[in-house]
Design a protein around this ligand. Structure first.
Ligand SMILES: [Zn+2]
Ligand SMILES: [Zn+2]
Length: 109
């Protein structure tokens, strides 16, 4: 069946990503033809059971746009870790004098 389709699709556009398979859908962002294979595009569930299709180019461009915010999130997480570690250190500092005073108390008695 697919062989027949490709026979008839000589003049059809080829997928903009793999340049081998014929175009089945278009990228919803840039409009480039895509063969819908997983290697060429990413599909996302969309309204009315439709698929939102993005070619690899658009996916990478979106990912690079998203990257700074994800880095920010990582930094925030690291900051929180640092803060909690600092708090732990403070807690230990607070606990140590108590232990010392306990020991001192033992020496005194
Ligand atoms: Zn393709
Ligand atoms: Zn695209």
């Amino acid at each position: 069946m697919y062989n027949q389709v490709s026979m008839f699709s000589k003049h059809e556009d080829k997928c903009n990503e793999c340049h081998q398979n014929s175009v089945k859908e278009c990228c919803n962002k840039c409009g480039e033809g895509l063969c819908l294979s997983e290697a060429c595009c990413q599909t996302f569930p969309h309204y009315n059971n439709e698929l939102y299709i993005l070619c690899n180019d658009c996916v990478t461009s979106i990912e690079t746009k998203l990257r700074p915010t994800s880095v920010d999130n990582c930094d925030l997480r690291l900051l929180k870790k640092k803060i909690s570690k600092r708090q732990e250190a403070n807690m230990k500092k607070l606990q140590k004098p108590e232990q010392k005073s306990d020991l001192e108390g033992e020496h005194d008695s």
